[in-house]
Ligand binder design. Structure first.
Ligand SMILES: *Cc1c(COP(=O)(O)O)cnc(C)c1O
Length: 419
């Protein structure tokens, strides 16, 4: 059976007492440990680590990572604005987006960096800012992700400029007198380390071709095991051959390329626990009958099981001492049959009972591995459940609320009812 990661049973009980459930509880210690690991990524000529803030964009997390020396990767103009509001210096923010922001001119004037992610984006940049420096995101022709939905490279992915269109990139750059100073690739979340390494070589080939490039950003995607049986990436192992390739390029061409990486999952995945309460237990009969634990959270807080068939550790923390275990299907509180946490591996349609400590109504149920793409990517307000609260457990054990639970008034505030 799975066990708690960063918090003790007592700390989780205290947090529930203080802020109720469902509650995201981040561990400052875990955030810092992961940040330090990324900052130690092997590099030959300098490194910038950007936190991919779409993993969890709370200002408290952005501030914490900024204070540790991380920069920011934003995936929309809105994220850029959010990071600026959190006090991140504009020069520390890089934007790689599927949709050019309406206010791009202002963001550029503020000093953010930009990677054009399509030929049309590059043209638009060139028309707005001829003669300036620009980055380009390429699709290196290969992708890799934990699932098809998290793979963002290869011919079936719309992300970045296809690597064979380098001539077109050059033509647009020339026509607008742009200097391509940065190349960016990001091939998926939960990518295979071997594919990631191959892509770094493909990306270096693009650096050779674009001779003004000073920085290569290899994106994120470092796989993190949430379940015990899942493997995590060792950054030292994947980084070492890439460092050697940078050295080889320098020996051959004299160009000392600066490295950037952009992890989201690696920094956050195991740094947060989702605290919920068992609010009902039901059973079905017959030969194929099952026992269900119903939580007071679900796809409104954690969509990954329904979306990707992701597996997350589930730990019951009983109010009264209990003995024994039982096999449960653990489900969320939404009126939606897909709101299930115990899905079978690789298939969000299948169900896989989990052996857990025997539970009673009112027990605390902790979902681990809920840091990346949970709070930021939920079925918000479905069934009109309010957005959950977020808290941070400081290293000295202090609990700090970093987002209040939404109120009914806030759910309704933009509705226009003039009848
Ligand atoms: C999402 C994203 C990342 C982070 O991916 P992880 O798998 O969370 O590390 C990095 N770069 C870009 C451009 C992204 O879109």
């Amino acid at each position: 059976m799975e066990t708690l990661r960063n918090i003790t049973t007592q700390q989780s009980q205290n947090a529930r007492e203080a802020y109720g459930t469902p509650l995201y509880l981040y561990s400052a210690d875990a955030l810092e440990t992961q940040a330090r690991r990324t900052l130690a990524f092997p590099n030959a000529f300098g490194l910038t680590v950007r936190y991919a803030m779409k993993a969890s964009p709370n200002a408290a997390i952005l501030k914490r990572f900024t204070s540790l020396g991380l920069h920011i990767d934003a995936s929309s103009g809105w994220e850029v604005r959010r990071a600026l509001k959190a006090g991140v210096p504009a020069g520390n923010i890089s934007l790689s987006t599927q949709q050019m922001p309406e206010d791009f001119g202002e963001l550029h004037a503020a000093g953010i960096r930009f990677n054009a992610c399509s030929l049309a984006q590059l043209k638009r940049f060139g028309q707005l800012f001829p003669g300036q420096l620009c980055g380009v995101r390429f699709n290196p022709g290969l992708g890799s992700g934990g699932t098809g939905k998290t793979n963002v490279g290869g011919p079936h992915s719309s992300f970045g400029i296809w690597h064979e269109w380098a001539d077109e990139v050059e033509a647009i750059a020339q026509a607008n007198n742009l200097t391509i100073e940065r190349i960016h690739t990001h091939i998926g979340s939960g990518s295979d380390p071997a594919v990631w390494e191959r892509v770094s070589h493909l990306s270096l080939a693009l650096v050779r071709r674009f001779t003004d490039v000073k920085t290569l950003n290899l994106g994120g995607g470092f796989k993190v095991g949430r379940m015990d049986f899942e493997k995590s990436t060792d950054l030292q192992v994947v980084g070492e051959p890439v460092k050697e390739a940078f050295v080889a390029l320098a020996e051959e061409t004299g160009r000392k390329i600066h490295l950037e990486i952009e992890p989201g999952t690696f920094l956050l995945a195991n740094a947060c626990s989702l605290l919920t309460t068992v609010q009902d237990i039901v059973a079905t009969g017959g030969l194929d009958g099952r026992q269900f634990l119903k939580l007071d959270g679900g796809m409104t807080e954690i969509l990954r099981p329904s979306l990707y068939a992701a597996q997350h550790p589930i730990i019951i923390s009983p109010n009264e001492p209990t003995e024994g275990t039982a096999d449960y299907l653990v489900v969320g509180h939404c009126c939606e049959s897909g709101d299930v946490l115990t899905v079978g591996a690789d298939d969000p349609e299948s169900l896989q009972p989990r052996t857990l400590t025997k539970a009673a109504i009112g027990d605390l149920c902790v979902i681990e591995g809920a840091g990346a793409y949970c709070s930021s990517m939920s079925a918000k307000n479905y069934n009109s459940f309010p957005e959950a609260a977020e808290a941070l457990l400081e290293k000295d054990g202090t609990l700090r609320l970093i987002r209040r639970r939404q109120t009914l008034e806030q759910i309704l505030q933009n509705e226009v009812d003039e009848v």
